[in-house]
Design a protein around this ligand. Structure first.
Ligand SMILES: NC(=O)c1ccc[n+]([C@@H]2O[C@H](COP(=O)([O-])OP(=O)(O)OC[C@H]3O[C@@H](n4cnc5c(N)ncnc54)[C@H](O)[C@@H]3O)[C@@H](O)[C@H]2O)c1
Length: 310
């Protein structure tokens, strides 16, 4: 994709910043809408190339004005992080629902017929306990964050039926990589290990996640944006399960840390959120794009360690 004018909401965030980087490098005109709630993660040399607006995505009028003339909107702005969502369920839902409303309005008034939306594997909820999940199983969102994401997927389907706006909703599975902050488990373990503090694992550490490298997530996102047709939902998963206990061990040994591994009870507010097992199938992504994430977790962790050491 090149020579497109593309709006990225949440573009200053972790995944958004990698997405902006890739879109700029491909020769697109990138317009970022972000409140900078989590700082600005866009590398300086890329930031110089983007049109940046410090605007709240729920500000319908501003988002419509900024999006004028755009070919496509990537909607990635959100409140996330398990503890943050647990403490702020209403704000989380408001930004999801009103943010999507605002993006839909901007698309409608500016005749932009393509939206790519960052949904979440969290919509599978506890159903992900049983097996690797594909997009066809019934979903069971059990947090404000996952419920709002699912609501938006349904809203996008009706937007297609009623207004012809096409979209892809991407259910990301635990994205990790450079520039992620310690709301998420991998940067938190690195931070603890590198100062030889205890590495804190919730519970037994036997719970699993499917860690998807951000470079792969962005590659999949851009390929899907080139194939937007109707309204489709896609998993973006690495298709490998790792336990959180193994992750702690690997990071401890990679960093030559003297940290002890402490198994602690998860805060009570996390109970509804914690699923014992979650990994996904990217078969549909592969069918549509010929690609599926393939970065090995160990290689992804080495890259993070190298960047933290330099
Ligand atoms: N990181 C993951 O593992 C993961 C997994 C599933 C889904 N997602 C989804 O991918 C998207 C990006 O996630 P991320 O990991 O980059 O998170 P992030 O927190 O790093 O990025 C989100 C960005 O949205 C911005 N933002 C928040 N509220 C806003 C508002 N009201 N108006 C404008 N900007 C606002 C923040 O400032 C931030 O830059 C989110 O929609 C998230 O729900 C992420």
């Amino acid at each position: 994709m090149n020579n497109q004018r593309i709006v990225v909401t949440g573009g200053a965030g972790f995944i958004g910043s990698h997405l902006c980087e890739a879109l700029v490098e491909q020769g697109n005109e990138v317009v970022v809408i972000d409140t900078l709630l989590r700082g600005n993660k866009i590398p300086k040399h890329i930031f110089k190339e983007v049109e940046f607006h410090q605007v709240d995505v729920t500000d319908e009028e501003s988002v419509a004005k900024i999006s004028k003339g755009a070919d496509m909107i990537f909607h990635f702005a959100a409140i996330l992080g398990v503890d943050i969502v647990a403490d702020n369920p209403i704000e989380t839902m408001e930004i999801e629902v009103n943010g999507m409303q605002s993006v839909a309005h901007a698309a409608t008034v500016n005749q932009i017929d393509k939206i790519v939306y960052a949904s979440t594997s969290g919509v599978y909820g506890h159903l992900a306990l049983e097996k690797s999940v594909d997009e066809d199983i019934l979903v069971d969102p059990c947090t404000s964050y996952a419920m709002a994401k699912r609501y938006n997927e349904i809203y996008l389907a009706s937007l297609h039926d009623e207004k012809g706006i096409q979209s892809s909703a991407i259910r990301f599975f635990n994205v990790y990589g450079l520039r992620q902050d310690n709301r998420m488990v991998i940067p938190r373990f690195f931070e603890q290990a590198m100062i030889n503090d205890p590495i804190t694992v919730y519970g037994s550490g036997d719970q699993t996640r499917d860690f998807t490298n951000v470079k792969d997530a962005v590659k999949a996102t851009i390929l899907l944006s080139e194939k937007v047709h109707g309204m489709e939902i896609f998993n973006v998963a690495n298709e490998r399960e790792s336990t959180i206990g193994e992750l702690a061990d690997v990071i401890k040994s990679m960093t030559n840390s003297t940290s002890e591994i402490h198994h602690i009870d998860a805060p009570k507010k996390r109970y509804d959120y914690e699923v014992g097992r979650r990994y996904g199938s990217s078969a549909k992504l592969e069918r549509f794009t010929g690609y599926k994430p393939n970065t090995n977790l160990q290689d992804g962790l080495v890259a993070i360690h190298d960047s933290l050491r330099n």
